[in-house]
Every structure is written in structure tokens, then in C-alpha cells.
Design a protein around this ligand. Structure first.
Ligand code: F6P
Length: 326
């Protein structure tokens, strides 16, 4: 019998499609295993201020298909301070919550790691971010949906790009990680991707032009990962205007629409599997781990590994994009 009788669940940081599916699975799996559940609103912020509610199985009905997070989310500066974390701990004790399931990205898990160590408190993390930048998991909840949203947008931009024979730089999210840009480029049939992971190694813009960009086509689409390192789509376009004035260049920044929408089947299944695994991890006396998925198997990844290691991009994909876009 596990020592955990009551869990708290929260979503924190940037929302991601599939977070609701994860909340649903965690809640139902906890209840299935005779635990009670408290929903904590607005991430660590609501934990500090006590925005907490009992969750029954009905609280999570009819949400698997919804984007965003019914628990709301926030980026919380107080939780970065020892005083804020102490307040959060006092709330957990006051509410009789024995363990926490925290769903979010790098910032969420970094907070979870510090808190868990400071108070010797059990936390299990679920990787919820469109960026896919957590080490130890092949994919994160929300990534697949965001990728599909990007494809929908790029397909539309292609219509106008080809009508006008233009070169489009489309900026996608990723917070210094190029997974959305690189895989988005392969899947949308874009000509190239400019990503932070290789920005220091090579001049991606010059390579792209040298490789014969538009030798066989009149219009082109290039996905650019948002990042100071890449300069973003604006930065790259400015450079093209100066160095290659023969191109008719336009920029499109996809922005937060990439975070919205109903989660894909893949994200719903992933979130549901991971949510159930989070409760199994607690029953198994695991603590301070993130649930990951590797080759279709659920794995436990210590927080320290998930957040500290820069998840590498698969370099084979660079070649795949290069060959498939000639
Ligand atoms: O981490 C998810 C993400 O959407 C990043 O891709 C992006 O850089 C960031 O969040 C944007 O954050 P905010 O919604 O706070 O502007």
C-alpha cells in the first residue's frame, strides 16, 4: 500500500495541447487507485495562494479534446524564491497533499526539482511543452499537435508564396530548440530550416543559398526557429534583403497559435499513458522523476537529467531535409 493518499495536480509554464488529457488521466488513475485528488489552479502561483479544489472523476469529463489547460497556468516568479517555495510547502501540508504531479516544461520541472530537494517532497513530472526540449523522452505532450498546426499554416502560406514567387521565412516556436522547425520543415516540404543547434557550427543561410536554393523552384519556404541565436525570421530576412536583394522576401511569425487547438490523437494517447504512469510511479515509490517515453516504452527520468542535458537533435534529419528539398 502506497503512503500517498492524496495527490495534487498542477500545470505550469506555457500551456500545451494534451495537458487536459494528462489531467484527466492522472485524476482518474489516482481515483482508480483509491487516492484522492486536488486540482491546483495557475501552477505554482495557485499553490502558493491556495487556489485548490477537490477533483472528482466528473471534474475531468469532456476535456480530453480541449486545448489549453482547465487548471490554467502561469509563470511564477515567487516560486523561484525560498520564501515562495516555503509558502507552497505550507499549503501542501495544510491541504494534506502527500505528493504532487506537475505538468509542464523545463521551467516547471526545474522548480519541481528544487522544491523536491528542499523539502524532501515527492513529485512526479509530466513533460508538457510544444518545444519537445526535455531530455530523456522522445516526445513531449503537445509537440505533435503543434507540429500539425505548423503544417496547416505552412500549407496555406505556400499557396501565396508560389503565386507570387516569393521566399518566405516562417518563424516557429521552440525556445532555443529546433525540433519544431526541423521536423516542421521536413513534414511541410519546406526548402530548409534554420535552427539554433547548428547556428554556431555553420552559416545556415549561406549554406542554403550555396546549396542551390530555388534552382528548381520559383518560390521557397524556410522555417526558422525562434531564438536569439538564429535571429528569428526577421533577423534572417533582414540579412537576405541586404546580401541577396534579388529575392522577394516575406516573413510570417506563427506565434501563439502554435500552442492552441484540440490535441492530436498522438498527444491524447501520449498524455493518457503518461498520466497513468505518473500514478504508477508514485505507487512504485518513485519520486522526483519525469515520466518519459523512449521507443514506445514508458521510462522514469530523474529531474536532474531531464532538465540539465540539452536534448540533441537527430542529425540524420538535416540530411533528410536537404535531400528531400532539392
Ligand atoms: O515553452 C513554450 C513556448 O511556447 C516557447 O516555444 C516560447 O518561446 C514560449 O513558450 C513563449 O512563452 P509566453 O507564452 O510566455 O510568451
Amino acid at each position: 500500500m502506497s503512503a500517498v493518499k492524496r495527490i495534487g495536480i498542477l500545470t505550469s509554464g506555457g500551456d500545451a495541447p494534451g495537458m487536459n488529457a494528462a489531467i484527466r488521466a492522472v485524476t482518474r488513475s489516482a481515483i482508480f487507485n483509491e487516492m484522492s485528488v486536488k486540482g491546483i489552479y495557475r501552477g505554482y502561483k495557485g499553490l502558493i495562494t491556495g487556489e485548490i479544489e477537490d477533483f472528482k472523476t466528473q471534474n475531468v469529463s469532456n476535456i480530453i479534446q480541449r486545448g489549453g489547460t482547465i487548471l490554467k497556468t502561469a509563470r511564477c516568479d515567487e516560486f523561484k524564491t525560498p520564501e515562495g517555495r516555503k509558502q507552497a510547502y505550507d499549503r501542501l501540508i495544510e491541504q494534506d497533499i502527500d505528493a504532487l504531479v506537475a505538468i509542464g516544461g523545463d521551467g516547471t520541472l526545474t522548480g519541481a526539482r528544487i522544491f523536491a530537494q528542499e523539502f524532501n517532497y515527492p513529485i512526479v513530472g509530466l513533460p508538457g511543452t510544444i518545444d519537445n526540449d526535455l531530455f530523456g523522452t522522445d516526445v513531449t505532450i503537445g509537440y505533435d499537435t503543434a507540429l500539425n498546426t505548423i503544417l496547416e499554416c505552412v500549407d496555406k502560406i505556400r499557396d501565396t508564396a508560389s503565386s507570387h514567387d516569393r521566399l518566405f521565412f516562417i518563424e516557429v516556436m521552440g525556445r532555443d530548440a529546433g525540433f519544431l522547425a526541423l521536423n516542421g520543415a521536413i513534414a511541410s516540404g519546406a526548402e530548409a530550416a534554420i535552427i539554433p543547434e547548428i547556428s554556431m557550427e555553420t552559416d545556415q543561410l549561406a549554406d542554403m543559398i550555396d546549396n542551390g536554393l530555388r534552382k528548381t523552384k520559383n518560390s521557397s519556404i524556410v522555417l526558422v526557429a525562434e531564438s536569439e541565436v538564429t535571429g528569428g525570421a526577421m533577423g534572417v530576412a533582414e540579412r537576405v534583403k541586404k546580401e541577396y536583394p534579388e529575392f522577394d522576401v516575406r516573413v510570417s511569425i506563427l506565434g501563439h497559435l502554435q500552442r492552441g487547438g484540440s490535441p492530436s490523437a498522438q498527444d491524447r494517447i501520449l498524455a493518457t499513458r503518461m498520466g497513468i504512469a505518473a500514478i504508477e510511479a508514485l505507487l512504485d515509490d518513485q519520486r522526483n522523476v519525469m515520466i518519459g517515453i523512449q521507443n514506445e516504452e514508458i521510462v522514469y527520468v530523474p529531474f536532474a537529467k531531464a532538465i540539465k542535458n540539452d536534448k540533441p537533435i537527430n542529425r540524420d534529419l538535416l540530411k533528410v531535409l536537404r535531400i528531400s528539398s532539392i
